[in-house]
Design a protein around this ligand. Structure first.
Ligand code: UFG
Length: 340
């Protein structure tokens, strides 16, 4: 008899989703991924994959009637801050409206556990040095707004439909799997570390640092980088929480340690042994000077202890992964040239 618990993972082909799926499988869960592959990759999915969209209510109904789903981990959504400012409709539709389709389908089928991918962007401009979960939630872009709206929806669904949930507010997701099998592979590269590594590998000439006049010790922004494998582990801990308790919970997932952009560049030069030319550019709109979490709540309540989130491990695992990606890109270009 198969008494394995099956977890439906939306967005399981993406960066954090694929690492979480791998860990779920290693922990003995059954996993079903639903992903529209708009930014994820089928090759990153180590479990069964259904290619489909959360806008498709018929598909959702079918999934919940055909499979015995124990809980849902909901990663699927749009997540580029700058894009959200230019195209708010896309964000409200994907992150709120399509998310509601998922909630309605799961509650109709009697599935009452959800882990939700939220973000530090729900806080907006930090009002204090480290941000705990009670910090005011005043998002400054549609991305953060849509994630906060969904957190609130979860609270009302808890009351009305007995839905238990854990919202995990990620700080800066980074790094790659130490076994080299998974990593960040976005079509649109906006994140700092992948860009730094592109410059190290000469795919890009120079790294623009957005602002060196922030009130931080070297003038560049400070961020709390958390390794994707530690993020994946936080989802397992969150699932465990919902096995023993019902309710509506919210946690920061971060280390509580901040690094400046300049520190990241210096560490990357040391690890890659490559020169990384920089130039200072104007501040990017919507960037808070410092975003550092107070992670006390997840540590004490869920026993979260980051294992991989020191800057060296983050950059070296990311470098190993990106070197593979760069090689793949090179081979693609070479075969295009050969076939001309
Ligand atoms: N940066 C540069 N140059 C670049 C890219 C980034 O100087 O080429 C700087 C940014 O200005 C920022 C820092 O590096 O100060 C980190 O930028 P990222 O784009 O890597 O990450 P963000 O902090 O902007 O945002 C990330 C996620 C969001 C999430 C947020 C929460 O992309 O989804 O973390 O902490 F909301």
């Amino acid at each position: 008899m198969d008494n394995q618990k099956t977890i439906l993972v939306t967005g399981g082909a993406g960066f954090i989703g694929s690492h979480t799926v791998k860990l779920l499988l290693e922990q003995g869960y059954g996993v079903l991924v639903l992903d529209n592959l708009s930014s994820g990759h089928a090759s990153a999915v180590k479990s069964q994959l259904i290619v489909g969209d959360l806008a498709d209510k018929g598909l959702l109904g079918k999934i919940f009637s055909e499979y015995e789903i124990h809980a849902v981990i909901h990663f699927a959504g749009s997540l580029i801050v700058e894009e959200s400012v230019l195209m708010p409709g896309k964000y409200f539709e994907n992150n709120v409206s399509n998310g509601l389709n998922l909630l309605n389908a799961m509650t109709a089928a009697g599935v009452r556990k959800m882990i939700f991918s939220s973000t530090a962007a729900v806080y907006g401009e930090p009002l204090q040095a480290t941000i705990d979960e009670n910090h005011p939630k005043l998002p400054i872009n549609p991305y953060g707004e849509t994630k906060l709206m969904f957190e609130k929806i979860l609270k009302w669904y808890a009351q009305a439909h007995d839905l238990s949930s854990v919202s995990l507010r990620y700080f800066n997701a980074s790094g790659a799997h130490p076994d080299g099998s998974l990593g960040e592979d976005k079509k649109i590269i906006t994140h700092l570390i992948p860009r730094v590594l592109r410059v190290a590998n000469r795919q890009q000439e120079v790294l623009q640092i957005y602002g060196n006049d922030y009130p931080t010790f070297d003038g560049t922004c400070v961020r709390d980088f958390v390794h994707v494998c530690d993020l994946a582990q936080a989802h397992i801990l969150a699932l465990n929480k919902l096995e023993s308790e019902q309710g509506n919970f919210v946690y920061n997932v971060a280390t509580g340690v901040g690094h400046t952009v300049a520190e990241v560049v210096n560490a990357a030069m040391e690890i890659t042994k490559k020169m990384i030319p920089i130039e200072y550019a104007p501040r990017r709109s919507g960037d808070p000077a410092a975003l550092v979490a107070d992670p006390a709540k997840i540590k004490t309540e869920l026993g979260f202890e980051p294992q991989y989130s020191d800057l060296n491990t983050i950059i070296s695992t990311s470098w190993a992964w990106h070197k593979k990606l760069f090689e793949r890109e090179k081979q693609k270009v070479l075969s295009l040239i050969e076939n001309k």
